[in-house]
Ligand binder design. Sequence first.
Ligand code: G3P
Length: 228
Amino acid sequence: MKKPIILINFKAYENSFGEKGIQMAKIIEKVSREYSTDIIISVPATMIYKIAQEVSIPVFAQHVDSVSLGARTGHTTVEMIKDAGAKGSLLNHSEKRIRLDEIDDAIKKLNKEGLESVVCVDRYSIVAPIGMLGPNSILIEPPELIGSGISVSKAKPEVITKGVEEINKVKGVDLIAGAGISSGDDVYTAIKLGAAGIGVASAVMKSPNPEQVVEDFVKSAIKAMSEK
Ligand code: G3P
């Protein structure tokens, strides 16, 4: 059975950084160990080093600048996130959009440094063109459902099924789905619709019991993958 891809985006919630951010990462690592499933966490840039020191699950940046080293001010480069312990980066999240040429440059730089890339897209029509740039995965998220508690699986299943049709035109790139994922059932449905996994934020970050939520998601993801 292929393992599901589960990506938890810490975003910039009040518990995404500092001691609370570290505790969240440890909770997720615990579930990851219990179910022998990698869970990727994308954390604020300032927390990459600290969290990567504390947990062994893959830590990603939420964004990386595609510029090369040199006279640059205020940039976080691929070399910097690698040095901090990141294993990859999200790119072009709806909350942090970048230009197409920047996506292309960042994928190439991440690749060169042996890091992974997960490019976010807001519609299925650009899944194949972005896939041709060679990221590891594409995370498809209808922006209007992000943080809404209404899942893409239930509200816009066609975004996943059409996204899967598009990704199948490209070799070696996984399609994962996100936005509003709130329950194990949402995770199960997304994967049954053809996604290779899910991306989630608020359902975990805003939960009073994140361990239970992550466990529910992981169990549902494994069940759906085992039925494929
Ligand atoms: O990166 C994943 C994220 O945008 C989904 O957010 O809060 O709808 O799970 P949320």
